[in-house]
Design a protein around this ligand. Structure first.
Ligand code: SF4
Length: 402
């Protein structure tokens, strides 16, 4: 039987059945050249696909963010995602407290579908030697000879995008260990990093913080334009634009009945054709199916949805941190990390991931964990979003016992 290399046959999908959640038709990944026998139940809607910049590869517009609890043996959410064509898994060496990659490895080996699944992983080490060492560890945990994409994870300092790193990437590609390379970023240096990357032909993809709160940000939009022109594949993350301590705010603004907030913010990102895909944190089957439904539905956001997003962004602006902590950290007479601490508060409040928030906070350098008795008033005065940093750091000190 012949079929497109990216395409899952009905037989392959049925072979996933041990998860109990999978009674699948074909996913129709890639162009539709499947054998007739594989197409007879081909009525499962498929998430649309777009080309990821200079990689030349087609990926779904909705990506499975694997920074969620995964069944270590065989995760049914991953199987359900595949059913609808979401065959891109976004992993990292540190996700799930270091368990994510082995869960993904166990999933694809049991499913026997390595060549049908795009696996991205990331290194928290940003120097060439550390990057390569982390990659070797990732390959082992992922039970694979190669990753489709390997990122420098949460890059802040553009100096790491240097000639030594370019040479290392080239060598690892020649060795067949990585197919494509890029970086992820969500701190205050996103614009600077993107502008630099636009001039570096060896950067193939960037995953960056992008959501409805930033659509009017001219500097960011100019950087996105430059990267799109340089054919760098752009992936949006943190699309929910979540905020600390305002979990129910959206309810006030939801008014159309067509899309809930999680769907509306994804639709808004997908309408930007400079962006290839959005990675989404889908920790339940319910969220996964809602997001797939939004991706498969061709309807665009209506005027009411847009208005609701604008009102929501305005009302919650001073609860949502943009990660630009070069502004606020500099106003504090202690080595605190306000942007990261705000992000952990967001995990705690917005995503209800209390254990993860605490774990990540405890991974900060010891001196950055000391929040009590520190004067944050100047930092709050400097914050462009008028975030009440004093109150948030006080709360973080209590929640994280700092
Ligand atoms: S608290 Fe304000 S200044 Fe600090 S990182 Fe967040 S948005 Fe930027």
């Amino acid at each position: 039987m012949t079929h497109n290399a990216d395409e899952l046959t009905r037989r392959e999908l049925l072979a996933l059945g041990g998860a109990g959640a999978v009674t699948l038709a074909t996913t129709g990944l890639g162009t539709s050249t499947a054998h007739a026998e594989d197409k007879k139940e081909d009525d499962t809607p498929q998430v649309p696909r777009r080309k990821l910049g200079k990689t030349g590869k087609s990926i779904p517009i909705l990506l499975f963010g694997a920074a969620v609890d995964l069944d270590p043996r065989f995760d049914p959410k991953l199987a359900e995602a595949l059913r609808y064509g979401v065959n891109y898994i976004d992993a990292a060496d540190c996700y799930g407290g270091g368990t994510c990659e082995s869960a993904v490895g166990n999933f694809h080996t049991r499913a026997k579908l390595r060549d049908k699944i795009w696996i991205t992983s990331k290194s928290d080490a940003h120097d060439p030697a550390g990057f390569e060492k982390t990659l070797e560890r990732s390959l082992k945990a992922l039970k694979t000879d190669y990753v489709d994409m390997y990122y420098l994870h949460a890059l802040k300092d553009g100096d790491y995008l240097n000639k030594d790193m370019a040479k290392t990437v080239e060598r690892l590609k020649k060795a067949g260990k990585i197919k494509h390379f890029g970086f992820s970023c969500h701190s205050g240096t996103v614009v600077e990093l993107m502008n630099k990357a636009a001039g570096l032909p060896w950067i193939e993809s960037i995953m960056f913080r992008y959501n409805f709160r930033q659509y009017g940000n001219k500097e960011l939009n100019d950087a996105i334009d430059k990267c799109a022109k340089a054919n760098i594949g752009l992936i949006a993350m943190k699309t929910q634009g979540s905020e600390a301590s305002f979990r129910t705010a959206w309810k006030k603004f939801e008014q159309t009945g067509k899309w809930n907030k999680h769907q509306a913010v994804l639709k808004a990102v997908w309408e930007d054709d400079r962006i290839t895909a959005a990675v989404s944190h889908m920790d339940t089957m319910g969220k996964l199916r809602e997001n797939i439904a939004a991706a498969c539905d061709k309807d665009k956001l209506g005027a009411l949805d847009r208005k609701a997003l604008e009102q929501y962004a305005a009302a919650t602006r001073n609860y949502a941190c943009d990660g630009c902590d070069h502004i606020c950290n500099a106003r504090v007479d202690a080595p605190v990390q306000i942007g990261d601490t705000m992000r952990f508060l967001m995990y705690h409040d917005g995503y209800d991931e209390k254990d993860k928030a605490l774990r990540l906070f405890k991974e900060l350098p010891a001196e950055a964990q000391r929040l009590s008795g520190i004067d944050f008033r100047q930092a709050a005065a400097a914050c462009p979003n008028n975030i009440d940093i004093v109150a948030h750091m006080e709360r973080a000190a209590k929640l994280f016992n700092a």
